[in-house]
Design a protein. Structure first.
Length: 477
């Protein structure tokens, strides 16, 4: 959602004239670029344990960051106050870091304010988190707890966390462009522990959307409760298969985390600009079979990774990294876009005003193909089907990855047989792309509380259709 410009200027206690002055000060000793990033974020959370909401919190993060570019050098400084004095000191510090010159007073210069092309509002809000009041969320939490417990008598513990935030963002740069919006986010995470005999199993479920408090609907409650107990029989029956090289079918939705980690990071332009990515220098080349397209998208309404504008004021957009098997674009912030002589793709992101923006993903997914999931499974003589991943490790330079699989099935003669868990999937990103044998017609984005860590943490989402990879190393017994 977006308010009039005056709302943001008043929130941060600044004027258009002061914004111009700050940029002039930051560039007064040299430098080719300056941008200002103002943030006012309200956070809240509630925690349910032992069927009671027994803790919670509210806090605010407020301040501004100033970046100066001079050649290959970046100067960055921030202030937790937006007073004129503190902001001018931050501008001078960023300038000194970038140029290596000691501050000697600031200079001013008039600049015309420009608004970049308008971006559609991708954050539908009917009931603002700020206005709703935390006490109104308590019934949702307690009824969710009861709904989960009523579905399976083996549930012995439920832990639920509801968190929300609203961020007012104001950006201004040395081109005179000013952008602003208010970004909402609501997240609900549930962990359950189930016991059967002398065994216990745990499962986690989450949902997150850029929308208002209206997301806490009966429909969402039923969806989360059903997912929290789904597959418990499978988990108690699961074992570890014999390891080795075999075909792997990745289930639709959450398997997209492998796409995010093993391929997506290697498409980020800073890694490629520095020659650190396995995809460096491969623009325009075929990286996977025809018919496969991989996208990073900031335009999906209410999606956790979507943005009206990125954290450099670039309008959100949909970027085809791979189109019909050909590498067509990296993910760019303004710095990498200038280096490559292309337009930025809206991927400049930062954790908060305390951080410099860098190329980051938003919602990363693969488009659907023409095979049914059933036919893909039926085509495999021996392999595994995996549908729930947890942690993993990736080497950006080599493309090698290891992912821990929390649940899945053995595939024997085209049928799902023994449930499996606690296995590793080991492979290489570029080799996996080349070895994709079939793509399902069931593309799905997982709306969980995904967080991407790359020097900083930012919210993202991921997804994919059912995909068959010809051969991967499965770490089992």
């Amino acid at each position: 959602m977006t308010y009039p410009l005056k709302y943001y200027l008043d929130t941060f206690g600044v004027t258009e004239s002061l914004l111009e002055t700050l940029v002039a000060e930051a560039l007064g000793r040299g430098g080719s670029w300056c941008d200002l990033f103002f943030e006012n974020t309200s956070y809240g959370n509630l925690l349910l344990r032992d069927s009671e909401v027994n803790s919670g919190g509210l806090h605010v993060d407020f301040g501004a960051g100033i970046r100066v570019l001079s050649g290959d050098k970046t100067g960055y400084a921030y202030s937790e106050s937006t007073s004129r004095r503190e902001l001018l000191q931050a501008a001078a510090a960023a300038s000194a870091i970038a140029t290596g010159k000691v501050p000697d007073g600031f200079r001013t210069g008039a600049k015309t304010f420009l608004c970049p092309p308008s971006s559609p509002d991708r954050y539908p809000v009917k009931n603002s988190w700020r206005d709703a009041g935390a006490e109104g969320f308590l019934p949702f939490m307690t009824v969710l707890d009861k709904s989960i417990r009523s579905r399976d008598s083996r549930i012995i513990k439920v832990i639920a966390m509801l968190s929300w935030q609203v961020s007012d963002i104001l950006m201004y740069n040395s081109l005179g462009e000013i952008t602003f919006d208010t970004r909402p986010m609501g997240s609900i995470s549930v962990s359950v522990i189930a016991a059967q005999g002398n065994r216990t199993e745990n499962k986690s479920v989450s949902r997150s959307f850029r929308t208002g408090a209206e997301m806490l609907s009966p429909a969402l409650m039923e969806e989360i409760a059903a997912d929290a107990v789904k597959g418990l029989d499978q988990m108690f029956a699961a074992g570890r298969p014999k390891g080795g090289k075999m075909s792997v079918v990745m289930g639709a939705g959450a398997s997209g985390i492998l796409l995010h980690e093993a391929m997506g990071h290697a498409f980020e332009a800073d890694f490629n600009r520095k020659g650190q990515s396995v995809f460096s220098g491969k623009m325009g080349l075929r990286v996977c079979p025809e018919g496969i397209s991989i996208i990073d998208d900031g335009t999906i309404a209410a999606n956790r990774g979507s943005l009206n504008f990125d954290d450099e004021g670039v309008p959100g957009q949909k970027t085809y990294m791979v189109e019909d098997g050909i590498l067509t674009s990296y993910l760019h912030d303004r710095i990498s876009a200038s280096f490559y002589g292309v337009a930025p793709t809206g991927n400049g992101r930062r954790e908060s005003f305390r951080y410099n923006p860098i190329p980051r993903m938003r919602a990363t997914y693969m488009e659907g193909g023409d095979s049914s999931p059933e036919s893909i499974i039926a085509s495999v003589k021996k392999g595994v089907y995996v549908d729930e991943f947890s942690n993993g490790q990736v080497k950006i330079g080599e493309g090698d990855f290891t992912f821990y699989v929390k649940s899945g099935f053995l595939i024997e003669d085209g049928r799902l047989t023994m449930p499996v868990k606690d296995i590793n999937i080991i492979g290489n990103g570029p080799e996996v792309l080349k070895d994709i044998r079939a793509v399902g017609n069931d593309p799905r984005i997982d709306n969980g509380t995904w967080v991407c860590g790359k020097e900083q943490n930012v919210p993202v989402s991921c997804g994919m259709p059912t995909v068959l990879v010809g051969s991967l190393t499965v770490g089992g017994e």
